[in-house]
Design a protein around this ligand. Structure first.
Ligand SMILES: *Cc1c(COP(=O)(O)O)cnc(C)c1O
Length: 223
């Protein structure tokens, strides 16, 4: 019970911040969806948040999600789980089966693998193109200059791309990167922006985020 109250309080505090940030930006709070990033959390840690009625979750590993969500979906059939971590082409089919959206489409080989998996399973899920917005060599995401080309090949493969996603470099103020991602989305006619995490979601909302991905601020520090 205590755990449930704490979880409830953290959720309410974040939702208040979302409402305030949206208001400051003269946006509707309903246009900002809170995705609870449940990576590394066990089903028992996630359940209290599910019990509050929260229904949108994000995971970063196919294998880990496969151990938790099929069972949780039996209890909470209206839940939505998105993949926010890098996806290997050989796991594309499993990912299409497990998730309701993929935020990490970042290369032509993955376009091919996902299109093939969607055709085979006859299941279409929306995707976000992940952009390596800080041009960091160690990070996933397609190069800024490759965004339009990747969108084009995704579309011709029959994949619905709804928006862009980024994880800005750590240790510097993220606002310029959020602004750049917003501009890229606008230039390409994409409505959704997946950006902002526990430390910077208010800044992301100010710059147009429609999905904020919050882990630690909801569940506490990861082990
Ligand atoms: C872990 C993770 C998050 C959440 O990070 P927090 O700082 O815990 O809020 C968001 N997006 C991605 C892609 C992640 O891997």
């Amino acid at each position: 019970m205590t755990q449930m109250m704490e979880c409830d309080e953290r959720l309410n505090a974040i939702q208040d911040k979302i409402v305030k940030a949206a208001k400051l930006a003269q946006r509707e709070a309903e246009d900002v969806r809170l995705m609870a990033i449940s990576k590394t959390r066990s089903a028992d840690e996630i359940r209290p948040l599910l019990d509050t009625g929260h229904r949108l979750y994000g995971e970063n590993r196919v294998q880990e999600a496969a151990t938790k969500w099929p069972a949780l979906r039996e209890e909470f059939s209206d839940v939505a789980v998105h993949l926010v971590g890098q996806l290997q082409s050989n796991k594309a089919e499993e990912a299409v089966q497990l998730f309701d959206a993929i935020h990490s489409l970042d290369r032509p080989s993955l376009v091919k693998a996902l299109a093939k998996a969607m055709d085979k399973l006859n299941r279409r899920i929306p995707c976000f193109v992940q952009v390596n917005i800080g041009e960091e060599s160690q990070k996933g995401g397609c190069a800024i200059d490759d965004v339009s080309g990747l969108l084009e090949s995704a579309r011709s493969a029959g994949i619905e791309v709804v928006g862009l996603m980024c994880v800005p470099p750590t240790g510097i103020h993220p606002a310029p990167y959020f602004a750049l991602l917003a501009k890229l989305a606008k230039d390409n006619g994409l409505p959704e922006l997946s950006m902002g995490m526990s430390g910077d979601f208010e800044s992301a909302i100010k710059l147009g985020a429609t999905y904020v991905r919050v882990g630690t601020a909801l569940f506490g520090p990861r082990a």
